[in-house]
Design a protein around this ligand. Structure first.
Ligand code: PLP
Length: 456
């Protein structure tokens, strides 16, 4: 899709032109065109006209107005970490409501840094959700700690605080809640558990920029919050990540860790001592920060639109039998909606399997995803980690018995969600309401014709 400078409506138009050029040129709104021109009632997968011909807002989005600040950096010759990165960090900390922010190369390494600088390691258990991107769990394993999976709440898809309680042992050192799909976890309940057991909380907010519980931003509840600025994310830099925290000494340590162990702030080294701690190099570049500053300018407005449109779409589809949209906890004042998720029940669609439903939806012009593959709590990377030299030195053979691990880490609610979920990507929530109506219409049409689609 071609991208150029746009207002929101212009943007949708831009991405619509390829499909319905002449009509748009005549001044009709894209979705009006789409519904007038298409609905013969026959599903597109069976040869009918697709319901949504108009395309969707593309991602990431770039405006010519951003060119100047980026060009300035490129022409300065200062491309490695310097003032623009610091400016971006200060702005992100202020936006989130945290004292400090450190940017790093990606969200994965924000998590790795957070785990390492909380001194989580061999023999420690970290409780984590199975419904997440692999990086959350890899950051635990990379430190030599043991992930312990607590199952999800089937309606909010977030880690279930009651299941966390059942997993706490003497070895539990931390909890890593993940605000998955940009919807906040139940942080008030989680923080109550944490206080009772004196645990560390590292929030994986890699999908939850500006999401809030009772007007407090996620990422600010625990010891630290981690964010991703990867290409598909709502603040996209291509690659990038950040940690936020009110603990200045912790962020100083993280800074040194991300800068080959050189002293920084309260991490004091003797004059000429060079590197003073075990570390790596994870620095963001000036041009990434310039992109970030530009993207920050639209994040708040786009987050509001996503929230409004997610609620609108939810209302449009919640009455369709077999479609159960996401639920937010009552105390959520704002979500990020990295994905709009609903559960699909094939029984209400004459036994039409999810993959065929999804394919039929794509044919109607509604792109969609099946979400995370099942069994993050059982996949081979775990066994591989257990077989490494370090794990074999740190844990007993019994602790590394993979069958026992799998048994102890069963998460049946997650298993069910992984085979029922359907995701719509966040950029679709930046479209116009009539475009969202097309999503509901497409689902209805598939349901009405489920028998024929199934036998195709
Ligand atoms: C929940 C979650 N955690 C961590 C990450 C890792 O972030 P990155 O891709 O920037 O390394 C992601 C990215 O998709 C994520 O969605």
């Amino acid at each position: 899709m071609k991208r150029k400078d746009f207002t929101r409506r212009e943007f949708v138009k831009t991405n619509t032109i390829a499909g319905i050029g002449a009509a748009v040129a005549a001044g009709l709104a894209p979705s009006v065109v789409a519904s007038c021109s298409s609905d013969t009632g026959v599903p597109a997968i069976l040869g009918g006209q697709k319901i949504h011909t108009g395309g969707w807002p593309g991602w990431p989005q770039w405006k010519p107005a951003y060119n100047e600040s980026l060009l300035k950096v490129m022409q300065s010759g200062i491309w490695s970490r310097a003032d623009i990165v610091t400016e971006f960090e200060n702005k992100w900390a202020a936006t989130i409501g945290s004292k400090r922010c450190l940017s790093v190369v990606n969200g994965t390494n924000a998590l790795v840094t957070a785990v390492a600088q909380n001194d989580i390691g061999a023999g420690d258990e970290v409780i984590v959700t199975p419904y997440t991107w692999i990086s959350t769990v890899q950051s635990i394993l990379l430190a030599g700690a043991m992930p312990v999976f607590a199952d999800i709440d089937p309606e909010t898809y977030q880690i279930d605080p009651e299941k966390i309680k059942a997993k706490i042992t003497k070895r539990t050192k931390a909890i890593m809640p993940v605000h998955i799909l940009g919807m906040p976890s139940d942080m008030e309940k989680i923080m109550a558990i944490v206080r009772e057991h004196n645990l560390i909380v590292i929030e994986d907010a890699c999908q939850a920029w500006l999401a809030e519980i009772n007007n407090k931003k996620v990422g600010t509840f625990g010891q630290c919050g981690c964010f991703s600025f990867q290409n598909s994310k709502h603040l996209p830099l291509g690659e990038g990540g950040a940690l936020v925290s009110d603990d200045e000494e912790f962020i100083d340590r993280c800074y040194s860790y991300h800068n080959v162990g050189f002293p920084y702030g309260t991490v004091i080294g003797g004059v000429g001592a060079g590197s003073v701690m075990l570390a790596t190099k994870l620095r963001l570049t000036e041009y990434q920060a310039a992109i970030g500053l530009a993207q920050l300018g639209v994040l708040d407005e786009q987050t509001t639109i996503r929230n409004q449109n997610a609620k609108y779409l939810r209302d449009q589809i919640k009455g369709i039998p077999g479609i159960k949209p996401y639920k937010l906890y009552k105390n959520v004042t704002r979500a990020a909606f990295h994905m709009f998720c609903f559960r699909y029940d094939e029984k209400e669609f004459k036994g039409l399997p999810r993959d065929k439903f999804m394919k039929a939806l794509s044919f109607e012009g509604i792109p969609n995803l099946s979400g995370y593959a099942p069994f993050l709590n059982k996949q081979p990377y775990l066994e591989h980690a257990f077989k490494t030299k370090n794990f074999r030195k740190m844990y007993s053979p019994e602790e590394l018995d993979f069958n026992k691990f799998k048994e102890a880490n069963e998460c049946p609610e997650n298993d069910k969600l992984c085979v029922e979920a359907v995701w719509l990507q966040q950029n679709m929530l930046l479209a116009e309401k009539p475009d969202l109506d097309n999503i509901a219409a497409a689902i209805e049409r598939i349901r009405k014709n489920a028998e024929q689609i199934k036998s195709k």
